[in-house]
Design a protein around this ligand. Structure first.
Ligand SMILES: [Ca+2]
Ligand SMILES: [Ca+2]
Ligand SMILES: [Ca+2]
Length: 335
């Protein structure tokens, strides 16, 4: 009697779940919007694929919000936005259907409805599992690229943020663009890109860009200001770089004979270990130095530690308390 009962219960359960999903499926179908598409905002696209499989591709990704499907070509685009979060991209387009993830039963994704994959991952069913897990998570997209100075609204047909897909970006109006603007999403989920956006006034030397800011800030605020510009406090690797900085960026700075009064922050400090100077952004040990003959002295009016490094207009280096207010030089790597 027992086995029979068990089979019967299973049958009943299966029937209930199926019927329930069936009615929810109807709910999903009833809320499809015909003749509409969300333009752009694509994670990935698939063809040929059935509409229901398209919805499933969306359901197994945390980031997916909606799908746009072109019936004529069985072409599916899964999107990281929907018509509420990207209203201006929601358009009338003949032959397309628009549907939102929330209108479909999560169970349509099978065991993946129970997954806790990250935002940039998708859930995949495991066929031959050694540890019994019915699914696993794999990287699915690179997320939206974070690049200083780009125009967020620019997109190109076919752009997508999924693995092995490409995006095209432009710099915003206030910036000068270097590079093609093409970005490719690598299989490890990171972007490799060919663009750098700079304000007027940045100068190029050996594949790096530099800008001298005359606002006087303490070292921490100077570093943070450089970071807001997608850059870092200058790191000087050799005599050529030091010399170029002196002749190009410091040439208008002069206050003889009081050279201590018009110094400029570099990115070096010995905050961690006295006497061991590191570059603040990369963490690399300072190898090339161009100390002034009386420095470093770790001394400032006999009062405080001098743990940050600034530059005299002569190009020579001095150690100073990091709280001192100085102009500063930001450096940015090339593409
Ligand atoms: Ca450098
Ligand atoms: Ca020191
Ligand atoms: Ca000093």
């Amino acid at each position: 009697m027992q086995p029979f009962l068990s089979v019967w219960v299973q049958f009943l359960l299966f029937h209930i779940v199926l019927t329930d999903t069936g009615s929810l499926l109807k709910h999903g179908y009833s809320r499809i919007i015909y003749g509409h598409r969300l333009d752009g905002k694509t994670i990935s696209s698939f063809a040929p694929i059935t509409f229901l499989d398209c919805v499933e591709e969306c359901l197994v990704r945390n980031r997916c919000q909606s799908v746009s499907y072109f019936k004529g070509a069985n072409y599916c685009e899964i999107k990281f936005k929907d018509k509420l979060t990207a209203a201006s991209s929601y358009q009338e387009q003949a032959g397309w259907v628009y549907s939102e993830k929330g209108h479909w039963p999560p169970e349509l994704a099978g065991p993946c409805s129970q997954s806790n994959c990250s935002l940039n991952e998708k859930c995949q069913l495991t066929r031959y599992s050694s540890n019994g897990d019915p699914f696993h998570c794999v990287v699915s997209d690179c997320g939206l690229p974070v690049i200083y100075g780009i125009n967020e609204s620019y997109t190109k047909e076919g752009d997508a943020i999924g693995i092995n897909r490409a995006m095209h970006v432009r710099c915003s109006e206030q910036h000068v663009q270097h590079g093609s603007g093409r970005l490719v999403c690598l299989s490890n989920g990171t972007w490799v890109y060919n663009i750098i956006c700079l304000e007027e006034g940045w100068k190029e030397f050996r594949d790096h860009y530099y800008f001298r800011n005359i606002t006087r800030l303490n070292e921490t605020d100077a570093m943070n200001t450089c970071r807001l510009l997608g850059a870092y406090l200058v790191e000087i690797e050799d005599a050529e770089e030091n010399n170029w900085i002196k002749e190009t960026l410091l040439k208008d700075v002069s206050c003889p004979p009081q050279k201590y009064q018009c110094t400029t922050w570099s990115g070096a400090n010995d905050t961690q270990t006295e006497g061991v100077f590191l570059w603040g952004n990369s963490g690399a040990k300072v190898t090339y130095t161009n100390w002034d003959s009386n420095n470093p002295d770790d001394n400032y009016n006999d009062l405080t530690n001098a743990d940050c490094v600034d530059l005299f207009y002569t190009g020579e280096w001095n150690d100073r308390p990091c709280s001192h207010l100085n102009g500063f030089i930001c450096e940015k790597d090339h593409i």
